[in-house]
Ligand binder design. Sequence first.
Ligand code: SAH
Length: 382
Amino acid sequence: MATDFDSWIMQPAVPGVEQSPVFGIFALLMKVDVRKLTFAELQDWFATRRHPAFRSKQVHEWLWKKSATSFADMSNLSIALRNELSEAFEIKAITVAEWQKSSDRTIKTAFKLCDGPVVEGVLIPTTSRMTACISSQAGCSLTCKFCATGKLKLLRNLDAAEIYDQVAIIRKQSETQYGIPLSNIVYMGMGEPLLNYKNVLESVQKITSPDGLGMSPQRITVSTAGIGKMIRKLGDDEVKFNLALSLHAANDEKRSQIMPINESNNLDEMAASLRYFYDKTGTRPTLEYIIFKDFNDSLEDAAQLERFVRRVPSKVNIIEYNPTGDGLFERATETQLDLFSNYLEKKGVIVNIRKSRGRDIDAACGQLANKNKAAHHALKES
Ligand code: SAH
């Protein structure tokens, strides 16, 4: 039989905390991150304390619609309620450690997570778009040879709120710095989004929900180095956002050389999983292809790429290589880039050439590796 002491200790101080003696004690000592609660759990908390139901809606709105990072900001709640909330909960928001503006107006921000790691996000203004490029992990477990983040150890996954915070902050930068609303989001910063699947999908939900930032999923692109199983899962989950695959070579031998993930997720697997994704969602994936001098820039490489495109309804983004300081690769020449893209276009492939942005501040694709002072990222052993 439970003693009074047992029942007291077993009582979760707040919903969402597991009922075990250990958790019970922790819950008394530690505050719970309010953004980990579902709306239903938040409603329960208010109901248990006999607060009117609309209060939970107000708090939910402050958190996910107005991106509040402190209970003190919740101006339509009484001071007493704000205090009650701060006693029970915390908001583990990310903070801006530093930010830099490039000569081409690109803004790179170093975000500090509450337990120390730093991740980076970028605002990329073009004539037609304001795009936020955000991180899904601190560091990365993959080892793509051309990518600066690939040299860092994986520290941890970001939670949904930490991914959401990057968007909220960059969205504000877009408005305050340029007076233009954020229009697009790409999960192309640090990390492999499909190895942090649940949190990435939850963050998209918060960003797109009418109870959140209300952005269109069609303006969101998740980029992956290619995890076949998870690409299929995106299809099963019938996601509404866009998918990009970092292909970079349409030949298994070459792709394995620069992306070790290709050994377990080869081109056949990529074609099959992308086809599955397309059949389930009706969304044509984008194939990203960094063009490296004398490695994958010949007309034979273009012909292999064209054959791959035939296997999956898709479009191709050719990306200029951004040097990461190790001298392993070089950027293809303009002439070769033209020959390569003309070849594909003549064959009817939809091709876009993505010019590099923010290179002077290391904000371009693949350059996010925390050269800034705020970061102390451990490198993988070589
Ligand atoms: N892990 C995911 C998302 C991060 S990388 C992925 O692999 O897709 C985002 C994009 O930047 C990918 O297309 C990636 O291949 C590209 N990229 C990485 N390093 C680069 C570099 N040095 N130059 C240009 N693009 C790079």
